[in-house]
Design a protein around this ligand. Sequence first.
Ligand code: KIV
Ligand code: ZN
Length: 391
Amino acid sequence: MSRKIWVFDTTLRDGEQVPGAKLNQYEKLEVAYQLKKLGVDIIEAGFPSSSAGDFNAVKEIANKVGNTDDIMITALARAVKSDIDAVYNSVKYAEKPLIHIVLGTSDIHVEKKFGKSKNQILDIGVEAVRYAKSLLPNVQYSTEDASRSDFEYLWKTIEAVVKAGATMINVPDTVGFAEPEEFGELIFKLNDRLKNLNDQVLLSVHCHNDLGMATANTLAAIKYGADKVECTINGIGERAGNAALEEVVMAMNTRSSVYQAYTDIHTKEIMNTSRMVSNFMGLDVQVNKAITGENAFAHSSGIHQDGLLKSRDAYEIISPLEVGLDDMELVLTARSGRHAVKNALTKLGFDRLTDEQFEEIFADFLEMADEKKEVYNHDLVIIVENYFTEK
Ligand code: KIV
Ligand code: ZN
């Protein structure tokens, strides 16, 4: 029987931790709208205690994107009251707000990072959950560095925070140390105990890519019982990045008999989302990156081209149309009319422009087209960005 896997997107929090990838408030809001269109279940919109700018961006996303009950909006807090207050005061405007608390469980974190005993850290975590729970019904607890933690202490922590009211438990492979078999087994053991304790609590995973195994570890966790996965678009994130949403989702779709699980992601929005994130953050997608790389669906060898022409499935396991790649990618020129430009903007996710905004952007487009002759998607993004920044 196929079961639903929740998709939690952290492009705007873990993804935005990439050096040089900072977004302004307008860009964050646009990405959040696009993530909603993509069909993610939860958006982690930022780390509000880090700056007033981040706080305001989370608040605006909660207000405008979180205004329906088909999406949850969350943000990150350390296990301290001021962080939890900042999250509460920014996400509370959403229909379904969630407070996300993180605190380490490995000896390295407990002893070396915090210089405390395991019992002291456990008490801090429980207190933080109790406080968050007094503010909102939905609380996620992340056991940072879980994959390098002592299993019994990890479980003791999870048991205590669930009893204190946590509704989601997230198990991070914070430094990308795990490997699939081992991580799958960890999730299997935790899931078994958790479901006995409280079968309403969701078990989640958050994998980093330091050894190139974030997607594999996430998929192993799904096989072994995880209910929810944390991902980013194009796999961006701290250091080598996080599990790439598009890879996890398309692996589940393409090999559905293996995973027996589904997500609510609208896969045709994958390319639009990938391009928007890449353009706004100024982070090129590796050309051979699975699913969203420029060459992911390109076939160059004569033998492959010949095979494809006879039967596409000879060398294609996913149709490019499934991920929203258009067979007809138009290059715009000064002769392209309003219709073509509007169509290109809509595909890039800019589908909420007023008539007046569109006319002004179209004028900027004509100016650029006169100068450059050919206008590509990334040029259009720059035009829209400049338009809104100058406003
Ligand atoms: O990598 C990590 O452990 C995190 C937590 C905040 C979930 O990003
Ligand atoms: Zn992380």
